[in-house]
Design a protein around this ligand. Structure first.
Ligand code: GAL
Length: 437
């Protein structure tokens, strides 16, 4: 394990959270209902029936959490705004009490010398918008831009840079294609319009933020894709997966065009189920991103399909350690990912901020696995910066043990700052044991 890293001197250190995973207070101060409130009520949807009702109680205990950040010496706190706190039904005037919470948090961070880096959408869509079609409905993109403008009008004087969306790929696939996350739809390839409408929302919101002189980032969960063998069928399958997982989102943003998914048998038409209209791509790509957020957890190994439904199959990554969730630990994948992005996009690649990276660990006092994980990933990051990749920040997942979506269990997962700071009366160990991504 290295004891120092050749990282750029000005690199900004941070930690990340997401509103539904940490805030709790779901019924307070006029917050509307989100798709995660609804999803958690479905029997069997979330492990052990857990919910984010209390989570880490960040809504009330944020001063304590900011004190932890200060103690850690963080430069940046990446958090998300709960859209239903700001606009309870996803449209219309802002709920002042909801914005007041973020106003207090931003001021508290600035007083502690920490730069706020908010994400506007980390998966908790107002349920009222889901009722009219959610991200399958083009109007949701326009509603998102309206929400972005309300948030920036209130906080933008103190918040220089904004992340529009978190991991649109995961929201598309887990939320709309497979039904493992909220809103729990199982549309498979018919979910593709939700990819375009999220990107359109990004483009429309970026215009609002840029008009107010703010910088714009988007955070993607990107993965280096490794073919299971040199067999042409495995290579073709890996190419198909890479296109769906990575290029579907970064090509339109950085090159102004979608990859042709139909060439891989993915989707009914090149316009993602008829969702793409004239002018949309110009909006999505222009006037450019100020930074690309990269969430890195692990590579994906892909083999030729075993059933006719999709043109690829996921193959296990053997011979590497695994996190408590069962996710493979492959630090060099981070270097590989960043170099691939540069090869693919060249001068169009904006500066990178690692917006998530971290591991779940067992509920034990031995912190060695987590320290090793972070040390080896920082070394991998240093290899990328030494190779000339412009990396501006590194935010680990997560600041606090938190509600882990469909896998829930609220303590001991991905802890960074406060290993055993669960919710009051928090539950036992994180039980996630299988790899999902
Ligand atoms: C990411 C997600 C986070 C968190 C993390 C793993 O995909 O953005 O909210 O769930 O995975 O703990």
């Amino acid at each position: 394990m290295p004891d120092r890293y050749d990282l750029p001197a000005g690199l900004r250190w941070g930690a990340s959270t997401a509103a539904y995973q940490v805030e709790g207070a779901v019924d307070e101060d006029g917050r509307g209902r989100s798709i995660w409130d609804a999803f958690c009520e479905r029997p069997g949807a979330v492990r052990d029936g857990d919910t984010g009702r209390t989570a880490c109680d960040h809504y009330h205990r944020w001063p304590e959490d900011v004190a932890l950040m200060r103690e850690l010496g963080l430069d940046t706190y990446r958090f998300s705004l709960a859209w239903p706190r700001v606009q309870p039904t996803g449209r219309g005037p802002a709920n002042p009490a909801g914005l007041d919470f973020y106003d207090r948090l931003v001021d508290g961070l600035l007083d502690a010398g920490i730069t706020p880096l908010p994400t506007l959408f980390h998966w908790d869509l107002p349920q009222a918008l889901e009722d009219t079609g959610g991200w399958l409905h083009r109007d949701t993109a326009h509603r998102f831009a309206e929400y972005a403008a309300l948030a920036a009008d209130r906080l933008g004087d103190r918040v220089p840079a904004w992340i529009t969306l978190n991991e649109p790929f995961v929201h598309l696939v887990y939320g709309y294609a497979l039904g493992l996350h909220a809103p729990g739809r199982t549309l498979m390839l018919d979910a593709l319009p939700a990819a375009h409408h999220q990107l359109l929302a990004h483009g429309l919101a970026a215009a609002e933020l840029h008009a107010r002189g703010r910088e714009v980032l988007i955070a993607h969960n990107l993965t280096p894709v490794r073919p299971a063998s040199a067999d042409p069928a495995d290579l073709a399958a890996a190419d198909a997966y890479d296109t769906l997982h990575n290029r579907l989102f970064t090509d339109p943003l950085l090159l102004g065009r979608y990859p042709d998914l139909t060439a891989y048998g993915l989707g009914p038409d090149p316009d993602l189920g008829g969702a793409v209209r004239d002018g949309d791509l110009a909006l999505i790509a222009a006037p450019g991103l100020d930074g690309l957020g990269v969430n890195y957890y692990n590579p994906t190994r892909i083999a030729a399909p075993t059933d006719p439904g999709l043109p690829f199959a996921e193959a296990p990554i053997e011979g590497v350690p695994r996190t408590h969730f069962g996710w493979p630990v492959v630090p060099e994948g981070l270097t590989e990912l960043l170099l691939t992005l540069r090869d693919r996009y060249g001068a169009a690649l904006p500066p990178i901020t690692v917006t998530e990276n971290g591991c779940s660990t067992a509920p034990a006092l031995d912190d060695t696995p987590r320290i090793d994980y972070l040390a080896t990933h920082l070394d991998a990051l240093a290899r990328a910066t030494t190779a000339g990749i412009d990396v501006r920040g590194y935010c680990t997942w997560s600041l606090l043990d938190n509600f882990e979506w469909a896998e829930a269990r609220r303590t001991y997962c991905h802890s960074t700052a406060a290993p055993n700071r669960g919710p009051p009366g928090g539950s036992g160990p994180c039980l996630r044991t299988t790899t999902s991504r």
